[in-house]
Ligand binder design. Structure first.
Ligand code: EPZ
Length: 415
């Protein structure tokens, strides 16, 4: 299994073109199940989770052709309506096939994803949303079965779940008439999916606000779409530069997708400025201690919480990190402690007492973003850090060692 070897203490400098968004590409790829016509997607990142999505689409009957960042999804054979456990267990987002397949074929069977390293992650909001549209749900031998002819409806979520919003939007796109989703998630990825569904021939308004209106059509057509920039890759790199010091321009980064993070970075003392077509970040020395609370968008993103905590371990003072989205997303705290960080982690919040420096150590990634947090710490630390279980990081960051080496880091992958 691969490891990252990072010799810390180097400032980061240069320019980097941000990749397409994993969490946008994923539901958009799945939305191609809504049509038999050809779909062409550009700016799709080459990541493990994206390759798992290709396999999922192929298992269901689609044909997938990849050429660089362009992916063409076409008709392969009549679609099947069962997403089996061996794929779902690799990627929880497989549950997103429920909405489009149910809407088109009146039935779907999806293995239930279990819990994962960052929390229990149930799918009740997805199921309730589809039930509100007329589905009947039952669970048997670890699979959820949904059946019924969906109707345009009013769906109100108890919590603005990103995946549930996407699932119901996709279902509604294939149901003639107007479906209204209230307390919808407002993430930029939802807006991107809205644009794609509109190009397929549905009409989506309000995506990116808490009230999304989908006017569906029985038959949807093919489309060409360019996936938005990855705000979490952008955010991770902003924090990495803030922690290690340096001057980096992220081309393609979208400032309006990163408002809460940029505000926190500025308060901590990093200089973040909008430049033509992207963002520039400059930083030197230890940051000020700044508290953050993760929240649904536009709040501080849970997916940048681990990199942020790594950054705060070097702050002058004590800061607090509250994780309000997932139950156990502090697994990186114990690894950071091995590098000399002082963190008192409870279930929902962590108190970080800044130290003047971190030192390299052998540590282990537990999920995508926890892994990214460890990379940030290693870049800022004195000495050599070896990070194991890099496959977690590869799920969400494309060749992170090449990206950071391009910016001057001493980092390599050991196979
Ligand atoms: C998406 O996950 C992202 N994944 C996650 O990114 C991200 O952390 C998360 O949104 C929050 O921003 C993708 O887009 C593929 P949720 P999702 O449904 O859709 C609870 C990464 O590192 N909940 O908004 O699964 C759930 O347990 C990943 O790239 C229910 O209780 O997030 C969690 O505590 C990790 N019942 C909270 O809501 C449900 O039916 C937020 O989940 C659904 C969710």
């Amino acid at each position: 299994m691969d490891e990252f070897v990072i010799d810390g203490g180097r400032r980061l400098r240069g320019t980097y073109q941000v990749n397409g968004s994993k969490n946008s590409a994923l539901p958009i790829l799945i939305a191609t199940l809504l049509t038999d016509e050809d779909c062409v997607l550009d700016n799709v990142p080459a990541l493990r989770d994206i390759r798992t999505t290709f396999r999922l689409l192929e298992t269901l009957g689609k044909k997938v052709e990849v050429s660089g960042k362009r992916v063409k999804v076409t008709y392969g054979k009549a679609l099947v309506t069962h997403a089996p456990y061996d794929i779902v267990k690799q990627m929880r987002a497989s549950i997103l096939v429920a909405g489009p397949l149910l809407a088109r074929f009146g039935k779907v069977r999806v293995s239930l994803p279990g819990g994962c390293a960052i929390g229990l992650r149930p799918v009740d909001i997805h199921v309730k949303g589809l039930e509100a549209m007329g589905a009947a749900a039952s669970t048997k031998e670890g699979d959820v079965y949904l059946t019924g002819a969906l109707e345009p409806s009013k769906v109100r979520f108890r919590f603005p779940s990103v995946g549930a919003t996407e699932n119901v939007m996709m279902a509604a796109a294939a149901v003639e008439g107007e479906t209204v989703i209230e307390n919808a998630a407002r993430e930029p990825e939802i807006e991107d999916l809205g644009h794609f569904l509109t190009s397929l021939g549905a009409r989506v308004t309000g995506a990116g606000t808490s009230r999304v209106v989908v006017r569906g059509a029985e038959r949807l057509k093919g489309a060409h779409h360019r996936v938005i920039a990855d705000r979490i890759e952008s955010g991770t790199l902003l924090v990495a530069v803030a922690a290690a010091g340096g001057d980096v321009t992220l081309k393609g980064a979208v400032p309006s997708h990163l408002t809460a993070l940029i505000k926190a970075l500025r308060r901590a003392g990093a200089k973040v400025s909008e430049v033509k077509g992207g963002l520039r970040v400059r930083a030197a020395g230890r940051p000020k201690a700044v508290n953050v609370v993760t929240e649904p968008h536009p709040g501080f993103p849970t997916d940048v919480q681990a990199p942020w905590m790594a950054y705060m371990t070097l702050a002058k003072g004590v800061s607090r990190v509250k994780e309000a989205i997932f139950e156990r997303r502090f697994l990186h705290a114990a690894e950071l402690a091995r590098m000399g960080a002082r963190i008192e982690a409870h279930s929902e919040s962590a108190v970080v007492t800044g130290v003047p420096e971190l030192s390299g150590a052998a540590i282990m990634a537990s999920d995508i973003r926890a892994g990214a947090g460890l990379v940030v710490a290693a870049l800022a630390a004195k000495g050599r850090t070896v990070i194991q279980r890099v496959y977690h990081i590869d799920r969400g960051y494309e060749r992170l060692e090449l990206v950071l080496r391009g910016l001057g880091a001493r980092m390599r992958r050991l196979r």
